[in-house]
Design a protein around this ligand. Sequence first.
Ligand SMILES: [Cu+2]
Length: 131
Amino acid sequence: MHHARLATLAFIVILATAACSAASTAAPTAPPSVVPSAAAPSASALPAAAGSAVTVANFSFQPATITVPVGTTVTWTNTDSAGHTVAADDGSFTSGTLGTGAMFSQTFSTAGTFAYHCSIHASMTGTVVVQ
Ligand SMILES: [Cu+2]
């Protein structure tokens, strides 16, 4: 009786082992993941509006002087944590206070040299040269 139980147990263990190895042998190998041969075209970067962007950073306009063709729209982006303005010295345009990340655009349709400043921080000055 005791022996019979042992034998049965052993038989079950053998069966289970066989089943296991059979299962693992028969298990289909995972197909290789499909990789698209052609990478999806990444959204092409917007044509760099060369020379028409001014960054407001570290309490300064960068670049402080920008030279652009007539008709160019210059865009200022404030990356400072402090608020700034873009105000023409002659009062022809003003942005109002730009918070962090805020942008201001101004189109220059006549040639000339246009000085501007931040109306909050007197030390911040810049110039747009329109040719
Ligand atoms: Cu400022």
